[in-house]
Design a binder for this molecule. Structure first.
Ligand code: DAH
Length: 334
């Protein structure tokens, strides 16, 4: 018996055909989802067709019903399949876009380097650490007591003239030398002591080729039983030998510092003349007394080196100001 064709049947077939074409050519997942809603959603085209089923006869209803089911399953299968292939394509595209070309030349970042002042400080510290010294530091903002008085420089002492500096209203000052670190360290430690103390210092100095108002020193202090000037001289000579090698001529010259007795200055040859690079001497008994050490039991020696001068001798630099200009043409030579 020939089945009479029903208008719903052909509507379903047309729907299936159109939907499958649309699904097969949809370019992305968002539009695919739109198609699903369009065809299979609650208010979609399939639902609309099925709304007409109420008018069907009892014999036709199951046939059209099962046809509708087939159409629905077929469309769902097409949607699933297209979804999977669009997802794969999306991943492939992402992978292709993010491919790393490991043969491409890198972006080079030039390496930084140490400033010649820092590398000179490091070199001085290394040598003294090698001789058994410990690195110590102190504040840049000092009291009159640590910067002057405890170092045997009372208020009206003429040595203060050479070390005029920047004072705060409360009487504190920017330290004029690293010698106050000696006092601070001795106050909190018992002998034997061997320290090397690097740092920045400040003076009301007129700037020229060998002077700057802000510069760097390294302080040396040794306190023990039985230390003599021979120990001082031997230590300084060994330090200078390691710093400059055997050939550089070195001269000890008698001098005066309030905190050492006797005192000396050390000169090295620089550009055909003698350049003073450090002061030194045996720690004055008054300094030992100020920190509560018995000068009958302990003796010590101390020295203060100007780092800029050392850097200038080491690297044959003609003017101290080059060290502060941040000129890369100069700095990149070190
Ligand atoms: N503090 C002195 C200055 O800045 C340098 C100095 C000289 C330090 C002799 C010392 C020393 O420890 O013994 O001029």
């Amino acid at each position: 018996m020939a089945t009479t064709s029903n208008p719903l049947e052909s509507e379903l077939q047309t729907l299936q055909q159109q939907a499958q074409e649309a699904i097969a050519t949809v370019p992305n997942l968002e539009e695919l989802e739109q198609l699903r809603i369009n065809y299979l959603g609650k208010k979609g085209q399939l639902s609309q067709i099925l709304r007409g089923m109420g008018k069907l006869s009892a014999e036709e209803r199951p046939r059209i019903g099962s046809l509708a089911n087939e159409v629905k399953e077929a469309l769902q299968a097409s949607l699933d399949q297209q979804k999977a292939s669009l997802q794969t394509a999306q991943i492939q595209a992402k992978l292709a876009a993010e491919t790393l070309d490991v043969t491409m030349p890198g972006v080079s970042r030039p390496l930084g380097r140490l400033h010649p002042l820092n590398s000179t400080i490091d070199r001085v510290l290394d040598i003294f650490v090698g001789l058994g010294y410990t690195v110590a530091t102190g504040p840049h903002l000092e009291t009159d007591y640590y910067n002057f008085e405890a170092l045997n420089i009372p208020p009206d002492h003429p040595a203060r003239d050479m070390q005029d500096t920047f004072f705060l209203a409360d009487g504190r000052l920017l330290r004029t030398h690293t010698s106050p670190v000696q006092i601070r360290y001795m106050e909190s430690h018992e002998p034997p002591i061997r320290i090397v103390a690097p740092g920045r210092v400040y003076r009301r100095d007129t700037v020229d080729a060998t002077h700057s108002a802000v510069f760097h020193q390294v302080e040396i202090l040794a306190v023990d039983k039985g230390l003599t000037f021979t120990d001082l001289k031997g230590t300084i000579k060994e330090f200078l030998r390691q710093m400059f090698g055997e050939e550089l001529p070195v001269k000890f010259r008698a001098s005066y510092f309030p905190f050492t007795e006797p005192s000396a200055e050390v000169d090295v040859q620089w550009q055909g003349k003698w350049l003073e690079v450090m002061g030194c001497g045996m720690v004055d008994p008054n300094v030992l007394k100020a920190v509560g050490y018995d000068p009958e039991v302990y003796t010590g020696f101390a020295a203060g080196l100007g780092i800029e001068r050392f850097a200038m001798v080491l690297h044959k630099i003609d003017d101290i100001r080059r060290l502060y200009n941040s000129d890369m043409r100069f700095l990149s030579q070190f």
